[in-house]
Design a protein around this ligand. Structure first.
Ligand SMILES: [Cu+2]
Length: 117
């Protein structure tokens, strides 16, 4: 009987100690798609592209882009909405850019764009 209680106590202690261990970095799968926190500041989430056109009135920039890793999107040419029109700054057709895009409310939206000419 005494042996059994020692085993129980040790098991409880081990479980408790385990719960105190620092949590290792979590896999992407736990973050859901389009999560901001996961790749905020993550340089690997920046994509390369070439601006084909800028529609300031509609806040849409059309970019021929490389792979968008955070969106699982292959290279293609497409329009991105821009949440903040100020992001478009001096960007013009022909500029090489590095940018970051999210799927926001089902719309692909550029959340940062920098000229990389
Ligand atoms: Cu695309």
């Amino acid at each position: 009987m005494k042996t059994l209680s020692i085993v129980v106590v040790l098991t409880l202690f081990a479980a408790f100690a385990w719960s105190l261990l620092p949590t290792p970095p979590r896999a992407d799968a736990e973050q859901g798609s389009g999560g901001h926190a996961r790749h905020a500041g993550d340089p690997t989430a920046l994509a390369d592209g070439t601006v084909l056109s800028v529609d300031r009135a509609a806040s849409i920039v059309t970019i021929s882009h490389g792979p968008l890793l955070n969106l699982g999107m292959p290279p293609m040419t497409m329009g991105f909405g821009v949440g903040d029109p100020a992001l478009l700054g001096r960007i013009k057709a022909g500029d090489k850019v590095r940018f970051h895009a999210h799927a926001i409310g089902g719309a692909f939206t550029a959340t940062s764009i920098e000229i990389a000419n």
